[in-house]
Design a protein around this ligand. Structure first.
Ligand SMILES: [Zn+2]
Ligand SMILES: [Zn+2]
Length: 115
């Protein structure tokens, strides 16, 4: 392996995670947004333009699918297999992480429970 390694996952793994996610954020409401208008799943796609939140291109991250695992140190995350990773847009990733930090004892509310 040469070149720079992305912070959370190696480039090959990142691409595999993005392919499995069809290049779309896999957040299903753990960030605190229900994403109700987009089938309960965040609709941000990698390299898509975002019309809000400052504009620019959306960058997706390969990070643990389990919100609680977002708090793991980077070297633990890097050791996770692909099936335990998901595509996250930065906004959902950061919001989910923040929520986990605040309520790491209380289990996350299932999106279904809101309806
Ligand atoms: Zn998202
Ligand atoms: Zn989200």
């Amino acid at each position: 392996m040469t070149g720079r390694v992305p912070p959370l996952a190696g480039a090959g793994l990142w691409q595999a995670v993005m392919a499995a996610a069809a290049g779309r954020c896999q957040c299903r409401g753990t960030c605190g947004t229900t994403h109700a208008k987009t089938d309960g799943r965040c609709d941000r796609v990698h390299n898509g333009y975002q019309t809000r939140h400052g504009g620019g291109r959306v960058r997706l991250l390969a990070a643990p699918a389990d919100p609680a695992a977002l708090l793991l140190p980077a070297h633990r995350v890097a050791a996770l297999p692909k099936r335990e990773l998901a595509a996250w847009c930065e906004r959902c990733h950061d919001a989910t992480r923040t929520r986990q930090t605040k309520q790491d004892i209380t289990p996350a509310v299932e999106p279904d429970a809101l309806f």
